[in-house]
Design a protein around this ligand. Sequence first.
Ligand SMILES: Nc1ncnc2c1ncn2[C@@H]1O[C@H](COP(=O)(O)OP(=O)(O)OP(=O)(O)O)[C@@H](O)[C@H]1O
Length: 260
Amino acid sequence: MAPVLSLQDAAFAFGNGRDGGARLFSGLSLNVREGEFVSVIGASGSGKSTLFKLIAGLLEPIRGEITLYGEPAPERLGKVGYMPQRDLLLPWRTVMDNCLLPLELTKQGRAADGAAEVRKLLRLFGLEGRENAYPAELSGGMRQRVAFLRTLMTGRPLLLLDEPFGALDAMTKRDLHRWLLGLWDGLDKSVLFITHDLEEAILLSDRIYVMPAAGSGEPMRELQVPLPRPRESGMKYTPECVALRQELEQLFDAQSPIAH
Ligand SMILES: Nc1ncnc2c1ncn2[C@@H]1O[C@H](COP(=O)(O)OP(=O)(O)OP(=O)(O)O)[C@@H](O)[C@H]1O
């Protein structure tokens, strides 16, 4: 399958990196193929969110090449659906008006068929009847679903989701995993997903990349998830899943300065 995203040998540093300042990472390569769900996991501060900002075009690498949808992409802003770590719903806008924002920003106007599409997705997202609610009137899980829906409304084939379930309690998270696994097959999107949660990464992903420790200059580690699709949440107890979890834990322990 064709890669929708390819990052080759990327390096990045904040501040004076070009003049020899400390690099957050270097030599990072990854790809996401059409229809794939790929996770990036790594220690806090390893640069996962920064990597997403590079891919989304909010930051520029000091070295490396990024291609999107098969073409070099020096101009990347607006070419991927990007859901940042915080839901960032506008509190003064209703659910409907938040979801229509991508259409307004891309000057497609507030077309009636945009509202019809949002209504259709609200049903699919278990948010039927909430279109006139304000974000403060929703639960955390609902707000994340609205933010995800808004990301889908960008219409982009590649979605970058930065810890979308990170701030949620374990039960809500499990519900959303089940919901997302049910939804995934019909979505026809490619996803790059940041998480700290190993079980979440295994259950949802086709492949997992492990970020190297900040400043180490190591490459990404890549692991395949040996679970068939469609997935269901009980699969996390299979021996394949437990073995992969163990392997990931060992990779993390090897990175941690306080594990030994
Ligand atoms: N605008 C900035 N200027 C300078 N340093 C920054 C900036 N943004 C992030 N950093 C630093 O870069 C490093 C990586 O940050 P980043 O948010 O990408 O990590 P992360 O892996 O996503 O972490 P977490 O899992 O905790 O969200 C951190 O040390 C952070 O303090």
